[in-house]
Design a protein around this ligand. Structure first.
Ligand code: OGA
Ligand code: ZN
Length: 355
């Protein structure tokens, strides 16, 4: 490929595959042993150590590496030019889904997942679909955290390292009742919100308790197509979420939909129980509520819904910044439904999948 690398006139920059990179961009991309620690691949300098104005006195291309001499430093730089050409996206592209048009939802036994290759494929499927299932996970107390710690780190919260989801008397949280829960993302009142959630079924309900999943990214993209103004309102304004009981009062402002700098979806947050009365500027409130309502109606549309009944030993891991999860009401009086859950961070999952 080195024939595609054209060294422009001294001073200006270097052209690689029709793209032109300035002297400063190239200087910043230098990976020579003076700029980057060889053992750790970490940078040894700060941007403020570079001169404000950089020029090129000499440039050539040797295979995959541009060798560039920069003035005024006289620095002899080494720049792997391929790294300049494309934006690096740390995570695989999400495969958006609706109820009956879905990518592969991975399902493996806990034992099979002890094989690193099986685990890697499972994590990749998780990153694409936003959900993956494990079966035959021993129905032991705290097993959900031990499972998560195979590939990530558990993030404890006020609900504990592991939380129990079951109907209890005098509950201070609707999750700990036998009421149905509309599809939602967990803990929007937390900053940062938990990235990934694991739910492990220890005991199923005799009646009810169906698990429902919705791909919030697919619904948000549909809203963007159908009603760009509503989409913009939900991305441009944040709303207050709160959870409080006798031990805590946790609050955070979040936008319901967040995009990255390219406009790609980054996060969807939706929780009808924890959202607080609107406190946006007066001239925005009505339009915002109309947009929020439209999104809520879309999320309830059966076309997005995937339903499943978790059986004892089933474990569901899902992206809490993308998928909404809910459950139908169940009979809490009969032998008790019991799930255990924990939160882990997405970066650890992606790292495990990468190595
Ligand atoms: C929750 C929750 C799901 C369930 O506790 O936040 O969503 O199936 N529970 O009980
Ligand atoms: Zn939940």
């Amino acid at each position: 490929m080195s024939e595609n690398v054209i060294v422009l006139g001294t001073g200006t920059g270097v052209r690689v595959n029709e793209r032109e990179f300035s002297a400063l961009v190239l200087r910043d991309a230098c990976r020579c042993a003076k700029c980057v620690n060889v053992g750790t691949d970490q940078r040894l300098y700060d941007i403020s150590d570079l001169p404000r104005h950089v020029t090129i006195t000499y440039a050539t291309c040797v295979g995959e590496t541009l060798r560039v001499v920069f003035a005024p430093e006289g620095h002899e730089g080494e720049i792997p030019w391929r790294r300049l050409l494309a934006r690096t996206e740390p995570r695989p592209k999400a495969a958006l889904w609706c109820g009956d048009d879905r990518p592969h939802f991975a399902r493996q036994t806990a034992e099979a997942l002890e094989d690193p290759a099986v685990l890697k494929a499972w994590l990749h499927d998780f990153m694409r679909a936003g959900v993956a299932f494990a079966t035959d996970v021993p129905c032991d107390d705290g097993e959900v955290a031990r499972f998560g710690e195979r590939f990530a780190f558990v993030r404890g919260t006020n609900y504990g390292r592991v939380f129990d989801v079951r109907a209890v008397a005098n509950h201070d949280h609707l999750a700990y009742s036998d009421a149905g829960l509309l599809p939602h993302t967990d803990n929007p009142y937390r900053d940062p919100v938990p990235g990934v959630q694991l739910l492990h079924c220890l005991q199923a309900a005799a009646v009810g308790g169906e698990t429902v999943l919705v791909d919030g990214f697919a619904a948000a993209e549909a809203l963007r197509r159908e009603n760009p103004e509503a989409f913009a309102l939900l991305t441009n304004h944040s709303v207050l979420f709160r959870y409080h009981d006798s031990h805590c009062d946790i609050q955070a402002r979040q936008a319901l939909i967040a995009c990255d700098d390219t406009g790609a979806l980054r996060r969807v947050i939706y929780n009808n129980r924890a959202i607080q009365p609107l406190d946006l500027p007066d001239n925005i409130c009505d339009a915002y509520l109309a947009a929020y309502r439209r999104f809520a109606v879309m999320l309830k549309d059966p076309q997005w819904r995937f339903g499943t009944i978790l059986k004892p030993g089933d474990l569901m891991m899902f992206d809490n910044e993308r998928l909404l999860h809910g459950r139908s009401a169940y009979d809490g009086a009969q032998y008790a439904r019991h799930l255990q859950g924990c939160y882990v961070d997405r970066d650890a999952i992606e790292s495990t999948a990468r190595i």
